[in-house]
Design a protein around this ligand. Sequence first.
Ligand code: GDP
Ligand code: ZN
Length: 449
Amino acid sequence: MYEKDTIVANATPLIPSAVGIVRISGEKALQIGKKLFTLPEKVEERKAYYGKIKDRKGEIIDEGLLLFFKAPRSFTGEDVVEIYPHGSVPVIKKILQEAIYFGARFAQPGEFTKRAFLNGKIDLTQAEAIAELIEAKTERATKAAVNLLEGKLSKKVNQLREELMHLISLIEAEINFPEDVEEIDEETLKMSLKSVLKKIEELLKTYRKGEIIREGIKLAIVGRPNVGKSSLFNAFVGYERAIVSEFEGTTRDFLEESLSINGIPVKLLDTAGIRETENKVEKIGIEKALQKIEEADVVLFVFDLSSGITEEDMQIYEKIKNKNPIIVGNKLDLVLDKNNEKYYFNDVIPVSSKTLQNFDQLEEKILQKLNLLEEADTDIYINLRHYELLKKAKEVIERVLKDFEYLLSNKEILMLEISEAERALEEITGEITTEDILGNIFSKFCIGK
Ligand code: GDP
Ligand code: ZN
C-alpha cells in the first residue's frame, strides 16, 4: 500500500521548550534508536529509558528519555521510537539529521496519522478528528473532536451500512435463488429505506451546527438609532469599544468584536442604524448592513422599552424579519416600575445594557436559537466531506423510494441503487478511498502528526 520506509519528525509544536519529542516510525525505528541512544540489547516496549543521545561519531548531543512501542501496539501500528531530549532547536535538528543519516526519511505532514489509518489503527473519521482536535480553538470544538476520535460517527455510519447491506443480501438471494427464498416484503423494504433516510437526514443537520461550533456564531445587532445597540454591544464585549453617544447615528459603519458564550466563539456585529434615507453615503451603509445581516447566524433586533415601538422600528423590523430575529427590549432599567408593559412582540427579552440585567437570559436565548443548549457529550458534527457523501446516499435512497414500484420489478437495478448508497457511506469511514482523498485529508496536518 505504501513503502514501508522509516519516517522521522519533530513532534513538538513549539521549540524551544522544556522537553522536545522526536518520533520515528517504521521497520528501522528501533535500529535507529539504538544508534542514537545507549540501549540494552533487549529493549522492552513501553518502558522509559534514560540515557545519552549520541551522533554518528559517538559524540553526545543531549540526554533524555527514549520509549519504544512495538508494532502493532503503537500509534501508527508500526515499530515506533520516541526520543525526549531537551526542547532546543539545535538539539532537535541534530537528532533529526542523525536519524536520517541512520536510515530514516523526513515525514510529510500527517504521515504518522496516515500510516495509522493505512494499518487499520483508526478509520478515516478518526484521522480527521485528530486534525480537528489539534486545531480546536474552543472547549466545545474539542469535545466534538474527541467524540469523533472515539468513533461515534463511524458507529452511526456503520449501523446504517449494515442496514443497507442486509437489504442488499435479501435482494441478492431473491435474484439468485428465486425458487428457494421468499419474496421480499415490499412494506418492510420501504420502511427500512425510510428509516435509513431519516437517520441520514439527522446526521446531515449536524453540519451547520458543527460549522458554528468550529468557527463561531455570527451575531448581528440591529435597530434604529438610539435604541442602545452600541451600548448592548459594549455590554457584551465587556469594555468600551464602540462610541456610545447621546446623539443619533454615530455608529456609521460596523464594529466587529469576538467574544465567547459558553465556550462557543461569537463574532459580534453592530450595524449602523438601518432606515430609509435619501443620503447616498448612508444608503451604501444600509446596503452593507443588510448584507451583513443576511450572513449572520443570529440577529438581535433591539428596540427601546422606554419609548416603545415606533414606526421606524417597524420599518426596520420588516426588512429583517425573514431572519427570525431575537427581539430585545433595551433600557429595562428605565421602565422597571411599569412592569405590565405590553409589547407588540409576544416574545421579547427585556434587558438593560446599563445594569446588564437579563443578559444571562439573552445569552441562553442565543444558544437555544442555534440548538446549542443541550449537552456537548453526545455532540457529533459532520464535516464537509461527510456531508457530501451523506447527501449522495440520501439522494440515491430518495430516488429508490420515488421509483419504488418500478424497481420492485427490476430487482437488479434496485440492488445496484442500494449498493451505491452503501458505498457512499463506506467512503465516510474510509473502507474505500482513493489516493486523492487521502492526500487531501492528510496534507492538512502538521508535520509530526
Ligand atoms: P445606538 O444608536 O442604538 O447604538 O444607541 P447607543 O448605544 O448609542 O445608546 C443611545 C443612548 O441610550 C445613550 O445615551 C445610552 O447611554 C443610552 N442607553 C443605551 N442602553 C441603555 C440602557 O440599557 N439603559 C439606559 N438607561 N440607557 C441606555
Ligand atoms: Zn450605535
